[in-house]
Design a binder for this molecule. Structure first.
Ligand code: PLP
Length: 393
C-alpha cells in the first residue's frame, strides 16, 4: 500500500548506501578523557571538552549548590520570571572576561546565532558570509531573509570585491566563524575588520571553538587579534571549552540591549538552568585564576599533531587543537572509526552535510584532560588502523 511516509525509508536507504547514515553511540559515563560505551572503556577523542571542564569537580560542586538554592529549572522565559540573579552574574562575568561592554545569554550557541542575525539584518539588508560558516550561521542568515552573499573561505580580498558590488545596501553584516570547527583554521579577523570598517559593515564572529582556546587564558579570537572594542558582535558557546551548555553574545552595549528587546529565543524560550549557569560562572573564575588548562591543551595538541604528521596522516590546515584526519571517502572514514572503536579509541567519522561531499574525515579533538599515555595509546591505534586500511604505509 502506498503510504505518505514511504519516502522516509527511501531516504534512509540512500543515506546508508552513501555511508552517511549516523549510528549514534550512547555514552554511559561522564564526558572525560575516558568514557564508557556499550559497557566498554574507551579513550575519548571526539568531545569538545577542550579544557576537561565537563567533569571538573569544582564546576560540579557549584552546579549542585545552585540546585540546592534555586531548584532545577527557571520555569519561564527571561522576560517573564526566568531571569535569576545568577543569569545577570554570568552575563557580567562574561562581559568582563571578554573585555566588552555587555553580554546576553542564550540557551545554546546555535540559538545565539539564530537569535542575533535576524535582529541585526532583515529583508532589505545584505550579509557577507564565509563559505564554510557553521550551519547555525547559515540558518540564522536564512531566518533573517536578508540577501546572503558567500565569500571565499578566509579571503578578505574576495570579501572586499563582493562588498564593492553591493554598496547600495544600507545595512551590511560580515559574518565569520572564528575557528572553523571541522578544519581548525582561524579566520583572519584583523583583515576582515579592516575591510568591514572601510565599507561601514557590522562585523560578527562566532567564537564557539575559540573560547577557552585562543587568546589570554582562553578569552577567544578577539583577544587573540587584540581587537577589543572593534568587533560588533561576538557569539559564544558555553558547551565546548566551558564544559557545560548554553550560548551568549558579547559585544557593544547597544547590540546587547537590542537583543534583549527583540531576539526571539530570548523572548520565547526558557532561560538557562541554575546549575548550568552557576557552573559556567565557575568555569570563568577558573580561567581567570590560571591559564594552565589552556597551556596543557595546546601542548597536547602540538604533541599529537606532530606525531600524526610524522606517521604520514594528512591533518589538513588546522592552526588549533582541532585535528582533522582527512580520509576523503565517507565509507573509508566510517570503517576507520569502527576499527578505532574496536581498538578502544572513540573518534567518530564526519561526513556530508557537516563537511563537503568527498571530504570525510575523523575529527580528533584534543583536550587538557588527556595524559601523555592517552595520546600515545591513540597514536599507536591510529597507526595500526591507518596501515590496515592502506591510509599510511
Ligand atoms: C561555530 C559553531 N557555532 C555554534 C555552534 C553551536 O554551539 P552549541 O552546541 O552551543 O549550540 C557550534 C557547535 O557545533 C559551532 O561549531
Amino acid at each position: 500500500m502506498n503510504n505518505k511516509l514511504d519516502w522516509i525509508d527511501k531516504d534512509i536507504s540512500e543515506l546508508k548506501e552513501k555511508g552517511l547514515f549516523k549510528n549514534i553511540k550512547t555514552i554511559e559515563s561522564a564526558i572525560d578523557a575516558e568514557i564508557m560505551i556499550d559497557g566498554k572503556k574507551l579513550l575519548n577523542f571526539c568531545s569538545n571538552n577542550y579544557l576537561g571542564f565537563a567533569n571538573k569537580e569544582s564546576l560540579k560542586e557549584k552546579a549542585k549548590e545552585a540546585i540546592d538554592k534555586y531548584g532545577v529549572g527557571p520555569a519561564a522565559v527571561r522576560t517573564i520570571s526566568g531571569t535569576l540573579d545568577l543569569h545577570i552574574k554570568l552575563e557580567e562575568e562574561l562581559a568582563k572576561f571578554k573585555k566588552v561592554d555587555a553580554a546576553i545569554l542564550f540557551q545554546s550557541g546555535l540559538c545565539a546565532n539564530l537569535a542575533t542575525i535576524p535582529v541585526l539584518v532583515g529583508p532589505e539588508d545584505v550579509i557577507f558570509s564565509d563559505e564554510l560558516n557553521h550551519a547555525s550561521i547559515i540558518d540564522g542568515c536564512r531566518l533573517s531573509k536578508a540577501k546572503v552573499i558567500v565569500y571565499k573561505h578566509l579571503n578578505p580580498k574576495d570579501l572586499e570585491e563582493k562588498i564593492k558590488e553591493n554598496l547600495s545596501f544600507e545595512r551590511k553584516l560580515v559574518i565569520t566563524d572564528g575557528v572553523f570547527s571541522m578544519d581548525g583554521d582561524i579566520a583572519p579577523l584583523d583583515e576582515l575588520y579592516k575591510v568591514s570598517e572601510k565599507y561601514d559593515c557590522m562585523l560578527m564572529v562566532d567564537d564557539a571553538h575559540g573560547e577557552g582556546v585562543l587568546g589570554e587564558s582562553g578569552r577567544g579570537i578577539v583577544d587573540h587579534f587584540k581587537l577589543h572594542g572593534k568587533v560588533d558582535v561576538e557569539v559564544g558557546t558555553l558547551s565546548k571549552a566551558f564544559g557545560v551548555v548554553g550560548g551568549f553574545v558579547a559585544g557593544k552595549g547597544e547590540v546587547v540591549e537590542i537583543l534583549r528587546q527583540k531576539a526571539r529565543p530570548f523572548l520565547f524560550s526558557s532561560a538557562m538552568t541554575p546549575a548550568d549557569t552557576q557552573a559556567c560562572i565557575e568555569a570563568i573564575k577558573t580561567l581567570e585564576k590560571s591559564d594552565k588548562p589552556v597551556k596543557k591543551l595546546w601542548n597536547n595538541a602540538k604533541y599529537f599533531k606532530e606525531k600524526m604528521d610524522k606517521l604520514g596522516f594528512d591533518t589538513g590546515n588546522s592552526k588549533t587543537p582541532i585535528t582533522p584526519v582527512m580520509l576523503g571517502d565517507a565509507k573509508l572514514a566510517n570503517e576507520f572509526s569502527k576499527k578505532l572503536f574496536e581498538e578502544g579509541v572513540f573518534a567518530v567519522a564526519i561526513g556530508y552535510p557537516t563537511v563537503p561531499m568527498g571530504k570525510a574525515r575523523i575529527r580528533v579533538m584534543l583536550s587538557a584532560a588527556h595524559t601523555k599515555a592517552h595520546l600515545d595509546k591513540a597514536l599507536e591505534k591510529f597507526a595500526k588502523v591507518g596501515k590496515e586500511l592502506g591510509v599510511i604505509f
